[in-house]
Write a protein that binds this ligand. Sequence first.
Ligand SMILES: Cc1cc2nc3c(=O)[nH]c(=O)nc-3n(C[C@H](O)[C@H](O)[C@H](O)COP(=O)(O)O)c2cc1C
Length: 367
Amino acid sequence: MYETINSPVNYGGLELKNRIIFAPTTLGVSEEEYFERIRRIAAGGCGMIIIGDVPVGKSRFEKSLFDKKGFAYYKKLAEIAHSYDCRICAQLHQTDSNMLAMLKYVPGVLTKKISMQELRTLLNNEVAPYITKLPKSKIRSIINGFGEAAVLAVDAGFDMVQIHGDRMCGSFSSAIFNHRTDEYGGSAENRARFAVEAVQAVRSRLPELPIDYKLAVRQEDPHYGNAGVVESELGIFVPMLVEAGVTSFHVTLANHSSLEDTIPPRNHPYFKDEGCFLKFCDEVRRYTDKPITGVGGLSDPDFVEEQLATGRIACAAMCRQLLADPAWPNKVAAGQCKEIHRCVRCNKKCLGGLQQHQGTHCIYEKG
Ligand SMILES: Cc1cc2nc3c(=O)[nH]c(=O)nc-3n(C[C@H](O)[C@H](O)[C@H](O)COP(=O)(O)O)c2cc1C
């Protein structure tokens, strides 16, 4: 039973002990709690953990590899994962939020006149002008930051990096946000340039490092996601990214519509089913033979095994399911599937907790 789930895989050059990956997940909890949560997830048996939102420069808001304290923090995460024979990957990201433009909303947020949902809409409205006007000198320094961050991540003990293809890579990719008239805007090839150069910045410094790309796909009919790569342009983006050095893809729906679309609850009008984004993996498969990870509503061992066994995906990434039960991989391996706390995709305490600034939790947590 579940032979494929439990079988090792060469994921873009990196050997994983099984096919289950903890998807990048911002938890918004204290440092000590974060270490403990990552420890539990590693102890639960997954083959790799992706640490979400590792910035590609110094940061006032997030832990950064570029300062001593942040570096020590990431080093500890790598040690925790490795002590359970679990690989660890740093999701390198650059925000596309215009931090200066955000300042004017702070009083409204503090006095609760602006809800988090409203803030998100306001911030999304700032993305197009920000991306379109970003000076080339700034673009060059951010791209350089991807390369430097990857070197630091490897020094801290990370086994691979994932380039976050949403956020700044995703908004440059999208004609909805990117209205530039220089070589970074206009044609699909030009809109791919930022992401391609970010990948090259890593590859030129680290010729052997496996590079995963979180490929955020935008759907037009019906319309979901605003950033990322529209389905009809995958045939241009995917080969360019592979040529630049990407060794595997982590495929999902693009962001910048509602968070409930990329993290869909069980009553979502369109993405309510198990494996809701796998059809995007099928699209990406048309243009590459690199390993592909599927994510989105994966929790049923039988379903996951079938997707892996048929070769539809090489790995299955889970966020909410491993928050609900970090021991999913060990329980599947031990034939104890009935013991699994299955994620019901209620979004109450995971996404809900994050949105209410209470940290990411799960309804199954005790206390
Ligand atoms: C609380 C929470 C935080 C998340 N943080 C990140 C993140 O930092 N980076 C990222 O790329 N995706 C993030 N995601 C999205 C997940 O990686 C994943 O794509 C999504 O939850 C769908 O997978 P699932 O159905 O297994 O939960 C987050 C999701 C949740 C619920």
